[in-house]
Write a protein that binds this ligand. Sequence first.
Ligand SMILES: Cc1cc2nc3c(=O)[nH]c(=O)nc-3n(C[C@H](O)[C@H](O)[C@H](O)COP(=O)(O)OP(=O)(O)OC[C@H]3O[C@@H](n4cnc5c(N)ncnc54)[C@H](O)[C@@H]3O)c2cc1C
Length: 489
Amino acid sequence: MTKPVLIIGGGPVGMTMASELVRYGLPVRIIDKAAHRTDKSKALVLWSRTLELLDRGMGAERFVERGFKVDGVTFAQGDKEVGHACLDTIDSRYNYALMIPQSETERLLEEYLAEQGVTVERETEATAFAIRDDGVSAVVQKNDGTSETIEAEWLIGCDGAHSIVRRTLDLPFVGETNTSDWMLADVHMTGYPRSDRSMSIYWHRDGVLIFLPITPGRYRLIVDVPRSPGDQPLTLSLEQMQSLVDQRGPAGTRLFDPVWLSGFRINERKVAEYQQGRIFLAGDAAHIHSPAGGQGMNTGMQDAFNLAWKLALVFRQACRPALLETYSHERSQVGDAVLKSAGRLTAVATLRDPVAQALRNLAGHVLLGWEKVGHALAEQMSETTIHYPESALNGTGRSADIQPGERFAPRESERPAGTGDDPRFVLHAVTGPMATDLTSRFPELIDPILRPLVPGAALTLVRPDGYVSVANNDPDHVTEVLERFGRHS
Ligand SMILES: Cc1cc2nc3c(=O)[nH]c(=O)nc-3n(C[C@H](O)[C@H](O)[C@H](O)COP(=O)(O)OP(=O)(O)OC[C@H]3O[C@@H](n4cnc5c(N)ncnc54)[C@H](O)[C@@H]3O)c2cc1C
């Protein structure tokens, strides 16, 4: 019998991983020690790139139907606007931030898995595992007191910030804890003067105050406060949050009916390697950072999109296991970049020195008044600028218009690469001997249906996760990449 892929952790990343693997036909088991999905709003945003990647599988529409579209980010100081970034300039059909509570994202993922016949095995905790050359075995404890040893082909640790997988592998989780305490409030509000279609960040001399719309009239508020002496951050009352809003935010805003009040501390940590043999890490198990920019869950889900098609091609024996090594290399670089930018946003928002604050406000005013800067910020937040410039999956040639490693923006008229149950590369080329030779040479790797030519390159090879692998006029560059990883005849 074929051994499954074992996913430890049924949070948003584990469930995204399972949903991708199962649609590519891999046997999957996914376990979670908790009895239920989260009922908390935690990660509130699905960004453009995540929605594009969801579209290749379970579809983004079911999320869009349940979410609330936000089209901008405003930076303010008291009642004065410092600058604004428009999200509708993002080059994506999802040119907005989709506000959707994590509890709802998880519900939709679990619903899709159930449609595929996969159940998250709850109250099932992984307590130990061992790696062998031909597989992995994991010991799991169930709530009825029984235990089981699961034999798996690969094991993926999607088990969050305190990952047992990471700790068992003894992978250093390098980084630091931010010196402030943070407080979030999921509340209802009246009297708020700004559009509920925009996120707002208020810079104040005592700290930052962030408003994130959830639905009309309901918001997530985040503030930083001086660190409390204990091990745990304080949870403020609604009245204390109200007085921080009065002090730092727009006049006349009234909070009521809190849904969730919680204190948290920001850890910025990451492992260097996301793979050790047959074991992989993804999501918070591999990287945690400031919620500034709302990138944590999105980055984790994109880890899953990156790894799943590679596992599928190796499982089908269409590619050699060396393909899997590109996962850690590519995603660890993205993790570093996200950590850096989230840290920078947090540092800018929490400046304490009055001179630095004045400079920030002035620079913010000047820079964000410049359309290009607002656009660059919007693109970065949307994760559409993520790319893999140093990937071993990149061909050596270059085209003037599109470079290997870049995101291939999905086109309205075409099914994106990696759609359906077959993780194949797609080739943009004209029909003729050059294209026919390539598709017949790599039948398991290249989709036989050619796509329209991309300006500037006679051949554009796009990976199943929608990133350009080769873009130039020479078929040898396509052959070179596919021979590097493929088991060709
Ligand atoms: C207050 C707050 C606000 C946030 N806001 C945002 C935001 O706006 N945007 C964003 O992108 N991110 C945000 N995040 C981060 C986001 O919530 C996380 O990045 C996301 O939950 C990570 O998903 P995950 O699946 O990797 O891990 P988790 O959600 O932590 O899931 C891990 C799962 O593994 C299970 N597990 C752990 N150990 C075991 C074991 N031994 N055996 C079996 N199961 C196990 C756990 O029960 C859990 O269900 C926020 C986080 C917080 C706390």
